[in-house]
Write a protein that binds this ligand. Structure first.
Ligand code: SF4
Ligand code: SF4
Length: 256
């Protein structure tokens, strides 16, 4: 799944450890888990097709929950997640080989316990409900604007990509989950983000970013993030990584 536009990366900076403390003190991670627990248990064929398209958007509370999980349980994978996420942050729209940075070589999610709600929801809706909301106009619009404003060519494979419905998910209720039930869970997660950001921003889904983009908002300085368009163009025009590689190397050195 692909980030629908560069305008969504301007989340105001929040000091991460203050946010983690606040979430712990106010038991927000418990509330997050209670919201997740409302979903039926599900299984699928683990083909990884849905994770190979990109990284889906996640609420800020989910991001800091993931950060905490990696810090406490997957420290040895940290550098790998950082470098893959830095690449993803810059190349998501110009490199057809980008996939979710948390997809393991064994086609399993490396952070399954803390995957975001958008991943948990996949395959739970009926085909009809899923296809109602699965339009690709956002991505085509981004591709058009990047070309018109910056002469950055988004490959057609990305601009026209669309995640297909998956009929290989079965859940413990034995029937599709109504969209309104997923909407209730989304509302609960949005309320948790309102502990950190203005409600208006949360209501506009402004706190929903893919995990690698949230992570780069923490790890990269303003200067490195501001070079995104330049790095995208360099890669789109010449497949060159001259500007990108030093930034990825620096990002991989970030410590908890
Ligand atoms: S949800 Fe479907 S597409 Fe995704 S990994 Fe499972 S079987 Fe594959
Ligand atoms: S977070 Fe996990 S489940 Fe979600 S897209 Fe990435 S690898 Fe797949």
């Amino acid at each position: 799944m692909i980030n629908k536009g560069d305008d969504r990366i301007m989340l105001p900076a929040v000091e991460l450890y203050k946010a983690l403390n606040k979430a712990q003190q106010q038991k927000l991670f418990d509330e997050l888990q209670l919201a997740y627990d409302k979903l039926p248990k599900s299984t699928c064929k683990n083909c990884a097709r849905c994770c190979s398209i990109g990284s889906p958007p996640a609420f800020f509370i989910e991001y800091i929950n993931m950060y905490r999980y990696v810090r406490d349980h997957l420290k040895d994978r940290w550098q790998d997640f950082l470098s893959k996420s830095a690449e993803y942050f810059y190349l998501e729209l110009v490199d057809v080989n980008q996939k979710c940075p948390f997809l393991g070589d064994d086609k399993r999610c490396d952070i399954y316990e803390v995957r975001p709600a958008t991943c948990r929801f996949f395959g739970l809706l009926s085909k009809q409900e899923f296809e109602k909301g699965n339009l690709n106009q956002g991505l085509q619009y981004v591709a058009k604007k990047l070309w018109e404003d910056h002469q950055i060519k988004i490959p057609d494979e990305i601009a026209n990509s669309k995640i297909e419905y998956c009929g290989d998910v079965s859940n413990s209720t034995g029937k599709p989950v109504p969209k309104k039930e997923l909407g209730i869970i989304i509302g609960e997660l949005a309320k948790l983000d309102a502990y950190f950001f203005p409600e208006q921003l949360v209501d506009q889904e402004g706190t929903m970013l893919p995990y690698p983009v949230h992570l780069m908002n923490t790890v990269l300085g303003d200067g490195a993030r501001a070079r995104k368009l330049k790095i995208m163009k360099e890669y789109a025009d010449h497949q060159s990584r001259e500007l990108l590689d030093p930034i990825v190397a620096r990002a991989a050195k970030y410590e908890f």
